[in-house]
Design a protein. Structure first.
Ligand code: NAD
Ligand code: UDP
Length: 313
């Protein structure tokens, strides 16, 4: 299989490239290095079946591939709100370009959509049948609505042009190789704790998220790509739900940090609760997460210790 990974130099993309190479794929990694970096795939550069292309998916590209994992899009609020017009262009024009490619070469394409399509959900836990509660004009909408349009485009290319599609709604995923400046909660908490700086809690810390370890999420993506007669959307996430305050306490415990907690105002439209219903992934893909937060967080902390050059205490 010749497999294209858009956003392949990002956090999830680089883990996916590794996994696909292990499974014998020829991997083309395409990235504009906005929130990803060459170093994430530097160890793959000499691999005979790996190729790295610098390209922005807002522009079309001609390639011959069998599979497309379409991940390119900044995922951290800090990054996707930096240039919101570019974010929505990436989701809309970028997805049209990738669907056009899939149509031309008859490749199967998987979209990494997001739990953000559910917005600040009024249904809990969230099932795939839930249509969501998204503010269309808020600061998160460049990302949320961008992904909703991307899902719409996937479905329309499927219905209109018979493109083979797969849609995965990924819930908060963390793990080694998140950037120090990523801005999402797990990396921010690990880095602050290891530096003994205050842990920044936005809001009162009672809001919840359900955290999946990167290997589990990647396994879900790979299973979904190879699933037959199932286009999704499917939730891929860990149903163990934690408050942000609980995540802070666990990070302090596992790092042995002396950091205090620093409370900041909640960002606008911050979802209050989030937890996937993964019945569909369990029944259709035989998938469920294997890594508990405590174990995955310990591995992630080890990664950040190394990145920051902080020896184990
Ligand atoms: P990331 O920011 O580390 O990776 C995104 C990659 O896409 C980066 O390498 C970036 O440089 C690249 N990119 C962005 N715009 C591009 C463009 N116009 N052209 C080419 N490349 C571009 O984020 P991630 O966590 O690895 O997320 C990967 C995908 O998974 C995203 O589509 C994201 O929406 C989705 N997702 C991730 C999570 C999560 O918790 N990690 C949750 C839900 C959905
Ligand atoms: N958050 C926080 N401190 C941080 C970063 C994030 O308290 O340093 C909160 C944020 O307000 C949200 C939750 O943690 O309630 C998850 O935020 P993240 O940006 O990781 O992901 P998302 O909101 O997109 O799920």
């Amino acid at each position: 299989m010749r497999t294209l990974v858009t956003g392949g130099a990002g956090f999830l993309g680089s883990h996916l490239c590794e996994r696909l190479l292990r499974e014998g794929h020829e991997v083309i990694c395409l990235d504009n290095f906005f929130s990803g970096k060459r170093e994430n795939v530097a160890h793959l550069r000499e691999h005979p079946r790996f190729e790295l292309i610098r390209h922005d998916i807002v522009e079309p590209i001609l390639l011959e591939v069998d599979r497309i994992f379409h991940l390119a899009c900044p995922a951290s609020p800090v990054h996707y709100q930096y240039n919101p017009v570019k974010t929505i262009k990436t989701s809309v024009m970028g997805t049209i370009n990738m669907l056009g490619l899939a149509k031309r070469v008859k490749a199967r394409i998987l979209l990494s959509s997001t739990s953000e399509v559910y917005g600040d959900p009024e249904e809990h836990p969230q099932r795939e049948t839930y249509w969501g509660h998204v503010n269309p004009i808020g600061v998160r909408s460049c990302y949320d609505e961008g992904k909703r349009v991307a899902e719409c485009l996937m479905m329309d290319y499927h219905r209109q042009n018979n493109v083979e599609i797969r849609i995965v709604r990924i819930f908060n995923t963390y793990g080694p190789r998140m950037a120090i400046n990523d801005g999402r909660v797990v990396s921010n908490f690990c880095v602050a704790a290891l530096r003994n700086q205050p842990i920044p809690i936005y809001g009162d810390g009672a809001q919840t998220r359900s955290f999946a370890y990167v290997d589990d999420t990647i396994d879900g993506l790979v299973r979904m790509m190879e699933a037959e007669d199932f286009i999704g959307p499917v939730n891929i996430g860990n149903p163990d739900e934690f408050t942000i305050a609980e995540l802070a306490e666990l990070t302090l415990e596992l790092t042995g940090s002396k950091s205090t907690l620093a409370y900041h105002p909640a960002p606008p439209d911050d979802p209050v609760r989030r937890r996937p219903d993964i019945t569909l992934a369990r029944t259709r893909l035989g998938w469920e997460p294997k890594t508990a937060l405590r174990d995955g967080l310990a591995r992630t902390i080890a990664h950040f210790r190394q990145e920051l050059g902080i020896p184990a205490s």
